[in-house]
Write a protein that binds this ligand. Sequence first.
Ligand SMILES: CC(C)(COP(=O)(O)OP(=O)(O)OC[C@H]1O[C@@H](n2cnc3c(N)ncnc32)[C@H](O)[C@@H]1OP(=O)(O)O)[C@@H](O)C(=O)NCCC(=O)NCCS
Length: 213
Amino acid sequence: MPLHRSSASSLIPTTSKGRVVTTSRGAAAGDDETDEPRIRPAGRADLLGVFRIEKAVFAQPWPYAAFEGLLDAPGFLVAEGDPDAGARAAAGGDAIDGAIDAGDVIGYVVGDVTPNHGQDIGHIKDLAVRPDAQGRGLGRRLLRASLSELAAAGASVVKLEVRESNHRAQDLYDDEGFRPARRIPRYYGDGESAFVMRLDLGEWVRERNAGES
Ligand SMILES: CC(C)(COP(=O)(O)OP(=O)(O)OC[C@H]1O[C@@H](n2cnc3c(N)ncnc32)[C@H](O)[C@@H]1OP(=O)(O)O)[C@@H](O)C(=O)NCCC(=O)NCCS
């Protein structure tokens, strides 16, 4: 499926921050703190919420049917907003701006695995956070949760594409250990080029485990 955003290469003005195994925000699959939005597998009932965010954040959104076709993908996860957590955060001054109803999707990630002769390849196909929930660590948590699922599903490497101009996403991917592999000119429908970034998933898992012990 042609992806509408993602990219990388040595052309990325990377700061080579190195891999961050843990962050002060916590993050990653399974470390749901009480006030953190819950991350869980996507279901059919989430698709409208996912599609709403998709249209809000991407100039060339995927069609609804694309998400529907990926419901069984092991790394298709959603972050579910918790209205009570929103209220608690408001008291602490870090509330999400928009209203959150119970079960609202406030972010999602689509990750899948393709069999490849024992060297299965994971693919982060999509990642987005509702605009008023961005910048609070949710994108990183979603990415890590999906990577954990892809590892559990047998992937040994993971690739993704990111738009050449999307430095924000590139910084996140770089931080998690993705490295530029190549550049695909005019990859997107509007003519923008993509960077392909690649992650050694076995190494990522080892570093995560070492960081937790
Ligand atoms: C990219 C995106 C998913 C990140 O989600 P997020 O919840 O806002 O990001 P987080 O708060 O988890 O931040 C993770 C990292 O992203 C980068 N980042 C986040 N906000 C940033 C900003 N305003 N400027 C630069 N980098 C930023 C940083 O590396 C940050 O790590 P740090 O806070 O430890 O420095 C989100 O911004 C988004 O939905 N963007 C629109 C859709 C998109 O571009 N998706 C990626 C397609 S490849």
